[in-house]
Design a protein around this ligand. Structure first.
Ligand code: FMN
Ligand code: NAG
Ligand code: NAG
Ligand code: NAG
Ligand code: NAG
Ligand code: NAG
Length: 403
């Protein structure tokens, strides 16, 4: 039943004709399983540019054209997330639904929670195109979007409409960005915090992006301390029901000193945040097979990021003694990848690249594989496995300290 509805929707969509993509001639082959995506939809999507593929996927989501997942989330995957209960720990990472227009369909696809953004105060166009590159060979994406955003006002309206429809029952994160030309990161983030706190279940701020000049300086201890202390103060000034968890998202390209500084700040009284998201994309280009791809500038995600992000998770988990919940993200394609991130110290997970390259079935695949691994190893829940192998087993490859 879901499938015939999907075909009908796709047909009407083909009439609407997104970007002239005659993508859906294969509609009649659709039988509601992974094959439709692997053999028809995803290869078609691979033929258009990275950004068009992204727009197409957002279009499909926005109009609820991806069918609902038929998998009932296994009991073992249940986990509490701050004051909420998730039926599974796998969320969609920031950057997919930048404008907050696809939230409902993302939940129906089977994601346990949804993070939107990054959203900047004023609208901004981001970098010139092309700015998204895929390498199926490497199972990787490089992007240099540069924070294209419709801005706070539009994204807020999108989310408000979504709340009013009352279809979305899940957990919503809002990832805050700052305008490229903005001199004052705190001002941009505090605007975002005030505006989105009533509507979001958690808020994310970041300390790094590979594309915005001057960004890395924020990773210096004092600035980070100041930023977080101020944001937490602002949160305290909000009505109690609007005080939401604040999470900090980290880049994976940190020196040992950076890591120590961040740990000192995020565990210290007045700047103690509620969680970490590890990690964002990397500026590294290790182990890439596709040389054309490797030459593009921007943030690299997917398989080549996997180990680096797992190592930083393990390191952070150990240094914070497991006291700060971690959302693990970076190159999760399978149940084993998810389980590794959990054993390294993540309580929750997110993905982007696997979803972009393989479509919705990858979410069900990861969930059932993870359930299988937990059962096979005798874990009744995810909680029981968090951080069990945080101490050294994933190795450590810090980049050299700058000084
Ligand atoms: C095309 C693209 C755009 C992204 N945009 C953002 C963004 O706006 N804000 C953000 O915090 N992370 C962004 N990310 C990073 C992802 O949220 C995630 O941290 C990263 O891709 C690693 O996960 P993955 O290997 O599963 O893709 C983006 C990633 C990609 C591929
Ligand atoms: C290599 O990278 C280029 C640029 O992203 C891409 O167009 C091409 O499809 C990639 N090739 C393979 C085999 O992944
Ligand atoms: C955001 O960007 C716009 C346009 O680039 C700029 O005018 C503005 O000062 C920036 N900062 C804030 C806080 O809006
Ligand atoms: C902890 O935070 C306070 C400000 O809230 C600061 O004065 C102090 O230096 C910090 N401690 C460390 C070890 O950084
Ligand atoms: C992560 O990096 C991407 C570029 O790869 C950027 O768009 C995004 O805003 C960054 N996010 C954070 C939270 O650092
Ligand atoms: C998406 C976004 O705004 N990223 C920001 C991350 O943090 C640095 C430092 O404040 C900003 O300059 C970036 O713009």
């Amino acid at each position: 039943m879901a499938s015939s509805k999907f075909v009908k929707k796709l047909t009407s969509m083909a009439i609407v004709g997104v970007g002239g993509v005659a993508a859906f001639t294969g509609i009649s082959f659709y039988n509601g399983n992974e094959k439709f995506y692997e053999n028809i939809l995803m290869p078609t999507i691979q033929k258009v540019s990275g950004e068009t593929a992204h727009e197409l996927a957002i279009f499909l989501c926005k109009h609820n054209l991806f069918p609902s997942s038929t998998l009932k989330d296994p009991e073992s995957l249940k986990i509490s997330f701050f004051n909420h209960q998730l039926s599974n720990p796998i969320g969609i990472a920031a950057g997919f639904d930048k404008q907050g227009e696809a939230v409902e369909n993302l939940e129906r696809i089977g994601f346990g929670f949804v993070e939107i953004g990054s959203v900047t105060p004023q609208p901004q166009p981001g970098n010139p195109k092309p700015r998204v590159f895929r390498s199926p060979l490497d199972e990787a994406i490089i992007n240099r979007y540069g924070f294209n955003s419709l801005g706070h006002a539009v994204v807020f309206e999108n989310l408000k409409g979504m709340k009013e429809r009352q279809r979305f029952k899940g957990v919503l994160g809002v990832n805050l960005g700052k305008n490229k030309t903005s001199e004052n990161a705190l001002e941009d983030y505090s605007k975002g915090l005030r505006l989105f706190s009533p509507i979001a279940d958690y808020i994310v701020v970041n300390v790094s992006s590979p594309n915005t000049p001057g960004l890395r300086s924020l990773q210096s201890k004092k600035e980070l301390q100041e930023l977080l202390t101020n944001l937490l103060k602002i949160r305290e000034s909000l009505p109690a029901e609007h005080r939401k968890p604040i999470l900090l998202k980290l880049a994976p390209d940190l020196t040992k000193d950076d890591v120590n500084d961040i740990v000192t700040v995020v565990t210290n009284g007045s700047s103690k945040i509620d969680g970490l998201i590890i990690s964002n994309t990397t500026i590294g280009r290790d182990d890439l097979k596709n040389e054309t791809f490797a030459r593009e500038t921007g943030g690299l995600s997917g398989l080549p990021l996997k180990l680096k992000s797992t190592q930083l998770i393990a390191e952070m988990y150990s240094l914070t003694k497991g006291k700060i919940p971690i959302i693990g993200v970076g190159g999760i394609f399978s149940g084993q990848d998810a389980f590794d991130k959990i054993e390294a110290g993540s309580s929750f997970l997110q993905l982007y690249t696997a979803f972009a390259l393989h479509g919705p079935p990858v979410v069900e695949k990861i969930k059932s594989e993870l359930d299988g691994i937990l059962k096979e190893k005798g874990f009744k829940s995810i909680e029981a496995a968090i951080g069990l192998r945080a101490d050294g087993i994933f190795g450590s490859i810090f980049i050299q300290n700058k000084m």
